[in-house]
Design a binder for this molecule. Sequence first.
Ligand code: SF4
Length: 464
Amino acid sequence: LAGQLGLRPGDRLLAINGHPLRDLIDYRYYLTEDEVTLDLWREGKPLRLSLRKHPDDDLGLTFVAPTFVNGLRTCNNHCGFCFVKQLPRGLRQTLYVKDDDYRYSFLFGDFITLTNLTEADWQRIAEQRLSPLYVSVHATDPGLRRQLLGNPRAADVREQIARLGTIGIQVHTQIVLVPPYNLGPHLEQSIHDLARLYPIVQSVAVVPVGLTDHHPYLKALRAAGGDPAAIPHQGAGRPPHLPLRSLTGAEIEVVLRRCQAWQKTFRQEFGIGFVYPSDELYLSAGQPIPPASHYDGFPQPENGVGLARLFLDDWKRTRRRLKSNPSPRQAERDKLPSPDRRGGRSEALPALAILTGLLFAPVMQRVADEVNALIDQGVPLPFRRLSVHPVTNEFLGHRVTVAGLLTAQDVIAAGRNCEGDVLALPRAMFDAGGRVTLDDKTADDIAAAVGRPVRIAGWMSELL
Ligand code: SF4
């Protein structure tokens, strides 16, 4: 429609049907009419265009930023475990933004704390029915939550969520486990408080805190020889460090056990499990990833909840397809001279080296073993062999084992040392557009550095 109307790249859309546009949400909201008048700014001059359309029709426009020229709402908290302050310099600039913007929460599922909402924001959320929103709770006890957020003015999140319910908004929530603060009875209380707010609260993800070697407290602890009492105060006017550590294996096991018990209760009461431990907790504990039915429609896959199950189920479907139909890439393979097509395994085909984080590597290895077994059985595939290469996160520290936080520099170092004609990299280590890594490198940069082609994939079906 945009092309038919004569809209051009660089045009600035100011209003729809007289409503000034603040962001992408306004654009979508006011576009749901069958008669639309657009006010634009083109090359320094105003322009007005009108059209009739179906209310559901989009114009097909893309915008420079979802919040147009109004910028992103940043947060007013000082969480001791904030990932932004654990990042070294030299990463892509957007990573240093402490965003806490309800519009991004509605549009993209970003987590917000509700601590920076103005009355005008509440009215807009109600008027435009911005549901669902994604809320970081961490603890429902107001005092503990204020401590965790480093924000003495944070309101009672239970009251805020109840208020969202009165205006027809549902929320998905997360509790980042920050030991020892919000475990044990605090976690029990938080889960039960949130369950009392069902169905306003639709899901609770339970995820472990992520700590890098660059965290100011951990750096100070190292400098103090590991003695917390020897850490100097941060200076006048600054709060003392919140002592932090990762979850222990025993704590993870207790959390998983409690979550399983809660799920049982909530499944009887609500018909859904309601509380969902993140994949990282299952993988760290060496426990199997639950079946898809456990995830009740996968409310939070972007938060690492159920993504491993989606990956494994994609592989199951891919394996079925490969066994019954040859790969779509079989045509390429069939063009090879016949001596190279011995059995199911052509020596002319490339070997694929899959690089991933330490946490997911054992799962990936099991899948690669199954793929190699298919190759040995003569199932035609586009690779002669798959191998898996766990990448240690030297850049952020060895505590960080997830694939989504790998940097190009660590992947390049591992890629140079691994065999394989083609490297496969996890999509999770790139930004939302699948373009750049945390350290601002593209797949082409990595391919040039390792001297081999690179494929980005989130699923086995993209590779086979
Ligand atoms: S809410 Fe906390 S963790 Fe999130 S950006 Fe703000 S300070 Fe960081």
